[in-house]
Ligand binder design. Structure first.
Ligand code: PBG
Length: 307
């Protein structure tokens, strides 16, 4: 009877798995703080994508670790960049899998910040041009959805204009609209090699204390043309997922980020918590709060449990 009257269900089709793409061939380099996640070379990612597709998972989101980094984040908007090459290979070898891309610069800048640094701070408006170029190059490579995560103001409008101008009017934008300056991104910065070399991201990411501002950020991104929005992280911000769900009639996603994943994995590895139940309970709570889909490193094991 519990199954009969259950209000919230999980479906692998609502999961998106983040993948970290690195140079080389046959590479599966374990990410220490996020077992058993790995940095994958393009050929390994292709293999992974076949499995992801067979599990019925809704899609992937790609992050890139370029060969070289520089002050101008050149690798982010290079048509031969690591993510652009990965998109083409995945489209060719695992057709039908939804491919999203994270649009940001922090993995590509030598200093690890999400944009052009001028006088020790990120220059918002100068960064918009890089973001627009990256989004267009991802679309040109075959991305189905572009997802800007940089938190610059005006980036959704800039990306929309650039995509439309380049003939990609049909490519949707998933905006990381309410993204907080969170401690829970710690393990990701090891995974993506993107820790800022000085300072922090508080001049562009949001204060965890601000709920009204989060709603304003979402409203602005929708006005600028975002098709879907995201709240990030998920578990510490369930109230905002709910509030966004009640206010905005668009697809809403939430990102169960690296730190949320690593905490559960670490507790489970110590025998302090039941891994399977913890993953399903947290994912269920995110869906119950109102998220249509969830970016989660648990996508594969959760899909297996739900099969
Ligand atoms: C890039 C980006 C980050 C994450 C997603 N995109 C890191 C950050 O903003 O510092 C974090 C994802 C995670 O922790 O799993 N800006």
């Amino acid at each position: 009877m519990r199954a009969l009257v259950r209000e919230t269900r999980l479906d692998p089709a609502n999961f998106v798995l983040p993948l970290f793409i690195c140079p080389g061939e046959g590479v599966r380099r374990p990410i220490g703080s996020m077992p058993p996640q790995c940095q994958l070379s393009i050929d390994s990612a292709v293999e992974e994508c076949r499995e992801i597709k067979s599990l019925g998972i809704g899609g992937i989101i790609l992050f890139g670790l370029p060969e070289t980094k520089d002050e101008l984040a050149s690798g982010a908007y290079d048509d031969q960049g690591i993510v652009q090459r990965a998109i083409r290979a995945i489209r060719r070898e695992a057709p039908g899998l939804l491919v999203m891309t994270d649009v940001c610069n922090c993995e590509y800048t030598s200093h690890g910040h999400c944009g052009l640094v001028v006088d020790g701070d990120v220059d918002n408006d100068a960064t918009l041009e890089w973001l627009a170029k990256s989004a267009v190059s991802h679309a040109r490579a075959g991305a189905d959805v572009v997802a800007p995560s940089d938190m610059m103001d005006g980036r959704v409008a800039a990306i929309r204009k650039a995509l439309d101008g380049a003939g990609y009017a049909k490519i949707p934008i998933l905006s990381y609209a309410a993204k907080f300056a969170s401690v829970f991104y710690g393990p990701f910065r090891e995974a993506a090699d993107s820790a800022p070399q000085f300072g922090d991201r508080r001049s562009y990411q949001m204060d965890p204390a601000n709920a009204r501002e989060a709603m304003r950020e979402i409203a602005l991104d929708l006005e600028e043309g975002a098709d879907m929005i995201m709240v990030k992280p998920a578990l510490a911000y369930l109230d905002l997922i709910r509030e966004a769900r009640d206010r905005f009639d668009v697809p809403i996603s939430a990102y169960q980020v690296s730190g949320e994943y690593s905490m559960i994995m670490a507790a489970a590895a110590n025998g302090w918590i039941d891994l399977e139940r913890a993953m399903l309970e947290t994912l269920t709570s995110i869906r119950r709060a109102g998220a249509d889909f969830i970016l989660t490193y648990f996508a594969k094991p959760a899909a297996r449990l739900l099969a």
